[in-house]
Unconditional design. Structure first.
Length: 917
């Protein structure tokens, strides 16, 4: 059945635009160049607009962790002179060093501890950075966050050495040790811990860590702290060696630097990719003469037009990025993928428009050929760009800022690509058409002189007699006057303009056009013979895939394909490991591998009770202990032995004194405050309890729960979800936070966000397809093709080792647009062809089969270089686009044509007005 379609309107628009583009070819060519130069100044703001903070880029803008972090930061703000490690989440300058024994043994051995202590003292006292005036060198002792002006010096190393020397005076129960009134939490000090079963004390530990927290409040001091961090980085990367220990490390800016290095690696890869695509496009731009004359057709070839198509993509990138940067839109490292994407789209459009130009009637004037070209190519190019623009526009509504920024930059860049295709590229195509019309050399523009015999010209015509008898007399006429008369007559309207013909009796000049009375005889003559590949698609490949055995094989192959895709879809994995944000050879990659030893057992969940009730009530105390127990008794918690809570310590203290737990102010106000002030762990509790300065009542307090089994992204997600559910179910206002919550929030939102974006995109793409293709069944086939291609991409992406995360979600959004391109083109060509179903399939393959193959293969060739880069972000992009192009091309050139051929042509209810080819 027919549906409301914009296709005739768009076709008529482009048919009218062709002559206009020819008339204004030079302005259309020059003005986009000037616009590009102007907008390129936006790149001057790149450094100020660049945002590489992973917590901002890869987590939702309204994520719960932001509110949770704000609660902790407001109630327990960072105090640079009252700093205790593990008590603040606002530290923006630090160095963290993870240490293992080289032999894989315990780090608690004395010789290993001594080596660690030497390293610690060197970093603390010997690494320095100069001040701006060069008068002083600042060490860690000058830049450290301190407690009462004393730097924290990783005392646990000295403590363990003393313990080995003078006896086990310190309880090493795991994960909470220390003395009775001064708990020491060991879960964040040691990893890969082995304990004695009889008393749960530490027997061995395979890894430990050192912390160096640096000042950050004053801008100049913050810069010195950054310099110190990089000085430590240089020390480890270029100077430090040890036979006893191996180290991995990170500082606050390491992950951002790693992301920046990813962007830097894109530059040489982009150059290689663009060069590869340029060679591919230039080779494809050359036409070859058919038999009996072999060789390159130096008139019809269009290498400079291919260059214009390539420059169209570069101009779109510059203008898209420049526009948004001039508007002050933030830029992040993932946007470096966009140039590869724009090139793929632009070159695909170039191949389609070039193919349609080749299919236009060479005998017509250039404006007419432009109209013919754009009436055929305009709808196909519009489908490509509008669907891509819409898919990225839909991606802009996601909650992940990184995806929002990527989709916004991509959307604007694709819009410029479309604009320049129908202005700049069309203008240059018109100029190239003039050069072809004037028989100029495609590279050097000088006029060429060809030779062909009238006998060959007549032989090439379908009719035996092409020219009437009185016109044949002209063949034997050698009068230069006659030649002059006809060659000056209508010089720009003939297919055979300016050729020198030869007959058996010798060479003679033929008029540029036949006399007016006989022009129709030539113009209604034979059509241009298709190129070899197009001919092969129509005469060999098309009929071959329409045979019944091949149809049966296609059905079986599709079942195998869809089964594999389904298996991958139901077994997908979620989560973006932080280590995957950098290349494997970046130093922080090893750090993220080693830190997993601490994620297995020991990380602390911070639990805050805001506006708590008075502790004087036994019911309140019971509820608080029940709250702590709820957090302790989960699959991600270590239990009561890992909890650090002042109330539990105070109850133990009262129990040692055999004090009866009365509900009195004396016991729960005065004595509690006295204990908090004078107990051995007083500094810890002072940083955990917030008192009202006027009433001295407790406004908020916090405690810590030891966690386990949060190594993998899915475990982070489930643990965060569970802990928040427990917090929300309590009778108090409870907030929880852990350092990995920002990434957990990404894991929580990524699947719903992807489903939402994919569903909305599919619906929008289907509507666009129906509006562009004037046949409801054909539009439905496009919808099924999009679903099939995207199922394949998602399923085989999983089987290829790609997780569902922010990076792969971007790639999936891209694949939706590409799926429409690859399936929509062939269906549109089918609808606009003539004849029965099989004839239409063959016609579609002849018309757009070769451009589809060129577009897919050129993109694959261009991105292949990315496979050599050992970086997850780059490889995810490569794998997703590779799968999209391969699966899409197989659909467009095999599955869809076979599927279309099953139905009779009447099934599609195609309006006669839609038939073009």
């Amino acid at each position: 059945m027919s549906v409301l379609s914009l296709e005739p309107l768009i076709r008529r628009f482009f048919e009218a635009w062709g002559p206009i583009a020819y008339r204004f070819r030079w302005p259309l060519f020059i003005l986009p160049l000037l616009l590009t130069i102007g907008l390129s100044f936006g790149f001057l703001r790149l450094s100020t607009l660049r945002v590489d903070d992973p917590a901002y880029v890869f987590t939702p803008s309204d994520a719960r962790w932001r509110k949770e972090l704000k609660s902790f930061s407001e109630n327990w703000p960072l105090n640079e002179n009252k700093f205790l490690p593990g008590k603040s989440f606002e530290t923006k300058r630090f160095v963290n060093v993870l240490i293992r024994a080289r032999d894989g043994g315990s780090v608690l051995r004395e010789e290993v501890l001594k080596e660690i202590q030497v390293l610690n003292q060197w970093i603390s006292n010997n690494i320095s950075v100069p001040t701006d005036d060069g008068r002083f060198n600042l060490t860690y002792q000058d830049l450290c966050l301190s407690y009462d002006w004393v730097c924290g010096g990783n005392e646990h190393i000295e403590m363990l050495l003393e313990r080995n020397r003078i006896g086990h005076f310190l309880d090493l129960s795991y994960p909470r040790g220390g003395n009775k009134d001064t708990p020491v939490y060991l879960g964040t000090i040691f990893g890969d811990v082995e304990v004695f079963r009889e008393n749960n004390t530490v027997k061995s530990a395979k890894i430990t860590q050192l912390f160096y927290f640096l000042k950050q409040e004053q801008s100049i001091v913050r810069r010195y702290s950054s310099d110190f961090s990089y000085a430590v980085e240089r020390f480890f990367l270029h100077y430090y060696k040890s036979n006893l220990i191996s180290v991995s490390f990170a500082h606050y800016q390491s992950l951002q630097d790693g992301l920046g290095e990813n962007a830097e690696r894109f530059t040489p890869n982009f150059v290689v990719s663009f060069t590869t695509l340029s060679i591919y496009a230039l080779v494809s731009a050359f036409c070859f003469k058919s038999k009996p004359q072999r060789g390159i057709d130096w008139i019809r070839s269009k290498p400079w037009l291919a260059c214009a198509g390539l420059s169209t993509t570069l101009m779109a990138i510059v203008c898209g990025f420049g526009t948004l940067m001039l508007m002050g839109v933030s830029y992040n490292v993932i946007n470096t993928i966009i140039p590869f994407l724009i090139i793929a789209i632009g070159i695909d459009d170039m191949f389609i428009m070039s193919a349609c130009w080749e299919q236009s009637d060479e005998r017509q004037p250039v404006p007419v050929r432009m109209a013919q070209t754009l009436s055929h190519a305009g709808v196909a190019v519009t489908i490509t760009n509008v669907t891509d623009i819409m898919s990225f526009a839909i991606g802009c509504i996601t909650d992940l800022p990184g995806i929002q920024l990527f989709c916004l930059y991509a959307c604007v860049s694709v819009a410029y690509c479309y604009l320049f295709q129908i202005t700049y590229f069309c203008g240059f195509m018109a100029i190239s058409g003039d050069l072809e019309r004037q028989k100029r050399h495609c590279l050097f523009f000088y006029k060429t002189v060809g030779s062909i015999s009238i006998a060959e010209l007549n032989k090439s015509h379908k009719e035996e007699t092409v020219f009437p008898a009185n016109f044949r007399k002209f063949q034997r006429t050698k009068s230069s006057n006659i030649h002059k008369t006809y060659s000056e007559s209508s010089p720009d309207t003939s297919f055979y303009s300016g050729r020198s013909l030869s007959s058996e009796s010798g060479k003679t000049h033929v008029p540029a056009t036949p006399p007016p009375a006989y022009q129709h005889v030539v113009q209604t003559g034979h059509d241009k013979e298709p190129s070899g590949i197009v001919k092969w698609l129509g005469e060999t490949y098309g009929p071959f895939i329409l045979t019944n055995p091949v149809r049966a094989i296609a059905g079986l192959l599709f079942l195998v394909y869809i089964s594999g895709a389904y298996y991958g879809c139901v077994n997908f994995r979620e989560g973006l490991n932080p280590g995957n944000l950098v290349t494997k050879d970046h130093y922080i990659s090893q750090y993220f591998e080693d830190i997993k030893s601490f994620w297995k057992s020991g990380p602390q969940l911070h639990v805050a009770i805001l506006n708590p009730p008075d502790l004087i009530s036994s019911k309140t105390r019971s509820q608080l202990l029940s709250t702590a127990a709820a957090f302790e008794n989960t699959e991600y918690s270590l239990g009561r032995e890992g909890t650090v809570f002042f109330l539990l310590e105070y109850l133990n203290y009262l129990d040692q004194l055999n004090v009866e737990l009365e509900d009195t102010a004396k016991l729960w106000h005065y004595k509690l405050r006295s204990w908090l002030k004078y107990t051995g762990g007083s500094s810890q509790w002072a940083s955990d309890i917030k008192f009202n300065e006027t009433t001295n009542a407790i406004e908020a307090f916090r405690f810590y729960i030891a966690m386990k089994n949060i190594v993998e992204p899915n475990q982070h997600k489930l643990a965060a979800k569970l802990m928040r559910e427990i917090a929300d179910s309590q009778p108090f206002h409870v907030e929880v936070f852990y350092e990995a919550f920002p990434f957990a929030d990404q894991y929580l939102i990524i699947l719903p966000a992807m489903i939402f974006n994919v569903v909305i995109s599919l619906l929008c793409m289907t509507v666009v397809s129906l509006l562009m293709v004037p046949s409801l069944p054909s539009g439905f086939i496009i919808f099924l093709s999009i679903v099939s291609i995207n199922l394949g991409v998602f399923g085989y992406m999983t089987l290829w080792g790609v997780n569902l995360d922010a990076v792969s979600m971007i790639s999936i959004i891209m694949s939706i647009g590409f799926a429409v391109d690859l399936s929509g083109h062939i269906v549109y060509a089918f609808v606009t062809s003539h004849g029965d179903t099989n004839q239409r399939v063959i016609g579609a393959l002849e018309a757009l089969g070769w451009p589809i193959f060129q577009g897919a293969s050129s993109t694959i060739a261009g991105i292949t270089i990315l496979y050599t880069v050992d970086a997850y972000i780059i490889l995810v992009f490569f794998k997703t686009i590779w799968l999209t192009m391969v699966i899409g091309a197989v659909h467009g050139l095999f599955f869809i044509p076979v599927f279309l051929s099953i139905f009779p042509v009447g099934f599609f209810r195609i309006p006669k007005s839609s038939e073009l080819h």
